[in-house]
Design a protein around this ligand. Structure first.
Ligand code: HEM
Length: 124
């Protein structure tokens, strides 16, 4: 039997790169999110890109460079409530929209992002 294809296999590295570029273009336009991020968004974009390659089944360069993701812990220094989650999630959905993905792929990605974004909430 064939090994099931990962999101990484189906979307490809180039489109994951584009997704993170589009995501940070939208972050730059969102006042609430922008306040949390460093002025230079380029290094942040690179971290998210490497993380998504890994989480979607691609090369594990993120962990080689940054260690165990521990994402909730890495986000503990920002106040993330459901409103901030919605800012993040809507930003990601806008970025995904621009990729024009097959509905099955965007569905799988979206369900991962919703779960991960909920997990990052650390404030009522
Ligand atoms: C729910 C709302 C979220 C907010 C407000 C938020 C905000 C932030 C901020 C301000 C940073 C610092 C940027 C940097 O310098 O790297 C960051 C880093 C990061 N975020 Fe989020 N984030 C959220 C959700 C998520 C989700 C759902 C994911 C995964 C799908 C994610 C993945 C990452 C990664 C991989 C980093 C870099 C971590 C590192 O290696 O230091 N974030 N986030």
């Amino acid at each position: 039997m064939n090994t099931p294809q990962t999101i990484y296999d189906l979307v490809g590295e180039e489109r994951i790169r584009l997704l993170t570029t589009f995501f940070y273009q939208e972050v730059a336009k969102n006042e609430s999110l922008k306040k949390l991020y460093p002025d230079d968004l380029q290094p942040a974009e690179e971290r998210l890109f490497l993380f998504l390659l890994q989480v979607f089944g691609g090369p594990e360069i993120y962990s080689e460079q940054r260690g165990h993701p521990r994402l909730r812990m890495r986000h503990a220094k920002w106040k993330i409530d459901s409103e901030m989650r919605d800012h993040w999630m809507n930003t990601m959905l806008t970025a995904m929209d621009r990729l024009d993905l097959d509905i099955n792929i965007s569905g799988a990605m979206m369900s991962y992002f919703v779960k991960a974004a909920n997990h990052m909430i650390n404030h009522e």
